[in-house]
Write a protein that binds this ligand. Structure first.
Ligand SMILES: Nc1nc2c(ncn2[C@@H]2O[C@H](COP(=O)(O)OP(=O)(O)O)[C@@H](O)[C@H]2O)c(=O)[nH]1
Ligand SMILES: [Mg+2]
Length: 347
């Protein structure tokens, strides 16, 4: 039985439409991986192929492995309230917070280190001794050396790269082995089965990504996903206000702010999108005109209200973050399925 080197699916020559198709078994990559890597072809993408149960079965097959848990930095801000770490209880764990290059320019490395050191301190109280590293796509010449020496210190031999869909698991392995062996893509659901790679004395195991039911990206069609997925450095959009205002983000999010005196709001979203602002009293009309179609097709928006004095950072997983400062009431209208998180971090 031969498996695709890019996504792990069993190769087959019989059905062109089915996963794993290759014209002949000499090929190492299935048609889907080939088209995804070379043409960015999305027609084969199906995010519902691998269930979380199946992925947890894979994890459980390696009780003595080191688990490298890779987390997109934009999800990491709410890690304390996420159930992700519970899935790895009792396992040997190395946390890698990935994609730090997405954070705005004005967030210094020191500030980021401080935020996550504090978070790790709190997590360690709950989960025991978690080791962690911060990582970005920017080329760090010493990264491979440092990572491999960390694996050595941890006496690892089998290393499972685990975590949510699209966190950058396959990319990290490619980086470590200096080869574009595994298929990676902008879209979730690329890796379909476990893929084993021998490197030096290690057995690296890539895995499909866990589906996050509280993440916006789980519910968006490809068009909306393309527009809203944050894949480049965020350029914050900031607004000052002294009267009630409504802010709209492309049918995906509405934020109403009713300040007592003055307030400010900053959106950390995909910078291709511009926030639209209206007077609060016109907000409902705008909503009816521009949102109904989207909302009816996807899922209703639910409202969470906050009474703010000082500063609050709200994480809308998969979509971005909103920082609100001042004394005000705030109503966040977001997809009803997606939990939103309050975060203590001062960004
Ligand atoms: N900006 C940024 N993008 C990254 C980084 N690592 C991976 N990516 C991108 O994230 C997307 C998902 O990567 P992939 O390795 O397929 O994720 P996987 O589903 O966890 O295996 C791809 O578009 C990668 O190029 C990083 O450090 N920074
Ligand atoms: Mg992958």
């Amino acid at each position: 039985m031969k498996k695709c080197k890019g996504c792990g699916i069993e190769l087959q020559t019989k059905n062109k439409e089915a996963l794993g198709y290759v014209p002949d078994l000499e090929q190492d990559y299935c048609q889907r991986c080939f088209r995804l890597s070379h043409y960015g072809d999305t027609q084969y993408l199906r995010t519902n192929y691998v269930t979380n149960e199946k992925i947890i079965d894979i994890y459980n097959r390696y009780p003595n492995a080191l688990f490298v848990l890779i987390i997109d930095i934009l999800d990491a801000f709410c890690l304390k309230d996420d159930d992700l770490l519970d899935m790895f209880a009792g396992k040997d764990l190395l946390l890698v917070i990935n994609k730090t290059d997405l954070l705005p320019e004005n967030m210094s490395e020191r500030k980021v280190d401080k935020i996550f050191s504090k978070m790790l301190f709190d997590l360690n109280r709950r989960y025991g001794n978690i080791k962690a590293a911060l990582l970005s796509n920017k080329y760090e010449p010493k990264f491979n050396e440092q990572f491999l020496s960390l694996l050595e210190d941890l006496h690892a031999s089998t290393v499972i790269f685990a975590g949510r869909a699209n966190a950058g698991k396959s990319s990290l392995i490619n980086k470590l082995i200096h080869e574009k062996s595994l298929t990676t893509s902008f879209y979730p659901g690329t890796t379909l089965e476990e893929v084993e790679i021998s490197y030096r004395n290690y057995r690296f195991i890539d895995t499909p990504g866990l589906v996050d039911v509280s993440n916006y990206t789980t519910y968006l069609n490809i068009e909306k996903y393309k527009l809203s997925k944050i894949d480049k450095m965020i350029r914050p959009q900031n607004f000052q206000l002294s009267s009630p205002q409504s802010y709209f983000y492309d049918g995906l999010l509405r934020v109403d702010i009713l300040p007592k005196d003055k307030a400010s709001v900053t959106f950390y979203i995909n910078s291709q999108n511009k926030i639209h602002r209206t007077k609060y009293e016109n907000g409902d009309d705008f909503y009816q005109k521009h949102y109904c179609e989207f909302v009816l097709r996807v899922k209703p928006l639910g409202i969470t209200d906050y009474s703010i004095k000082g500063k609050k950072l709200i994480v809308i997983k998969g979509l971005g973050m909103v920082k609100i400062s001042g004394e005000c009431l705030a109503y966040i209208h977001s997809l009803a399925n997606c939990r939103i998180y309050e975060c203590e971090a001062d960004i």
